[in-house]
Design a protein around this ligand. Structure first.
Ligand code: ZN
Length: 205
């Protein structure tokens, strides 16, 4: 971030305060909205942890200073009018004081259905294997989930090799579903996989 970033911003409208939206750097979910001033912004850029100006406490506030749920800054950008900021960050825990990932209820994530599906799979994990396909897969040995992903991958490849567009769509959906089940079984959040892709993309820049 260039040293002149803060000077470029229009601090006049908000009496030295600018709204700062924080977005999860991997899944796109809006985590919270706070206010920053020039000191809080300088601290954010220096420490790479998101700082705010607390309007209620009238002091600088390092997000997570008491809870430990800090927001590690990935990037920060201004809007078209230079009077609001969007930070991409990786949260160390729930961002909201209520213990929820976001201060906003509902789902504003960039891949909402895949994330929703991940949540549904997690909810079925402890279900009855006799009536729930997901519970049955998750109760089985890891090799069973690995086998399913392998089979679905081959089916995607076969459909692609024969130019079967409907087949590619259907088998790719099966593959993504079983991949999410495999990730659940391995205890790996989908956001970590998206994060891995995003990291590679950033490394290339
Ligand atoms: Zn909150």
């Amino acid at each position: 971030m260039s040293a002149g970033f803060a000077e470029t911003l229009d601090w006049s409208k908000g009496d030295g305060l600018l709204p700062l939206i924080v977005q999860h750097a991997h899944d796109g979910r809006v985590l919270m909205l706070g206010y920053t001033n020039s000191d809080a912004l300088a601290l954010t850029l220096d420490t790479r942890e998101v700082h705010f100006w607390s309007r209620s406490k009238q002091r600088l506030w390092r997000k997570g200073e008491s809870s430990g749920h800090v927001l590690a800054l990935v990037s920060i950008a201004m809007d078209c009018d230079r009077d609001s900021l969007l930070a991409q960050a990786l949260p160390a825990g729930p961002t909201c004081h209520r213990g929820t990932p976001s201060c906003f209820d509902g789902d504003a994530r960039a891949h909402p259905w895949l994330n929703e599906l991940e949540t549904l799979i997690a909810a079925r994990a402890n279900g009855d294997p006799a009536s729930s396909y997901v519970a049955k897969l998750l109760a089985a040995a890891p090799a069973r989930r690995a086998q399913k992903v392998g089979e679905e991958g081959v089916e995607v490849a076969l459909a692609a090799a024969t130019g079967d567009i409907d087949g590619i769509r259907s088998e790719a959906a099966d593959l993504l579903f079983h991949l999410l089940v495999l990730l659940r079984g391995a205890g790996l959040p989908f956001a970590d996989v998206v994060g891995e892709l995003a990291q590679r993309h950033r490394d290339r820049d």
